[in-house]
Design a binder for this molecule. Structure first.
Ligand SMILES: [Zn+2]
Length: 114
């Protein structure tokens, strides 16, 4: 498999993980809210739902960090940011507001495959 295909596959996987995590959270919270059960089990279901969701989201961010590159809007330098930078940056879809390691400017950096 070519590297670009592999990156595209990873980004698709990110969608699947994100969707699965969201659906499990929704399903577990919904079940806990509307079905008769012991309160301890109810709390447990909600906690499990949130744990799955948080782990899923953190995993998605990891994929987004390592799959492909981010391109600086100022100097067009392509780079792989740190996990912390990706985690803490504002974003619109996959475009993130981050500091470029080359020119040091904070701009909206697009995700690029190549
Ligand atoms: Zn730059």
């Amino acid at each position: 498999m070519k590297k670009e295909e592999y990156i595209k596959l990873l980004l698709k996987l990110e969608w699947v993980i994100g969707l699965t995590a969201s659906i499990s959270l929704f399903t577990l919270v919904f079940t806990a809210s509307f079905i008769e059960m012991n309160n301890i089990i109810r709390v447990l279901l909600i906690v499990i739902g949130f744990v799955i969701f948080v782990v899923g989201v953190l995993y998605c961010i990891k994929i987004e960090q390592v799959a492909g590159y981010y391109q600086c809007n100022n100097c067009h330098n392509k780079y792989i940011p740190t996990y912390k930078d990706v985690l803490l940056s504002m974003h619109i879809k996959r475009t993130r507001y981050m500091k470029c390691p080359k020119c040091g400017m904070k701009t909206w950096n697009k995700k690029v495959i190549k």
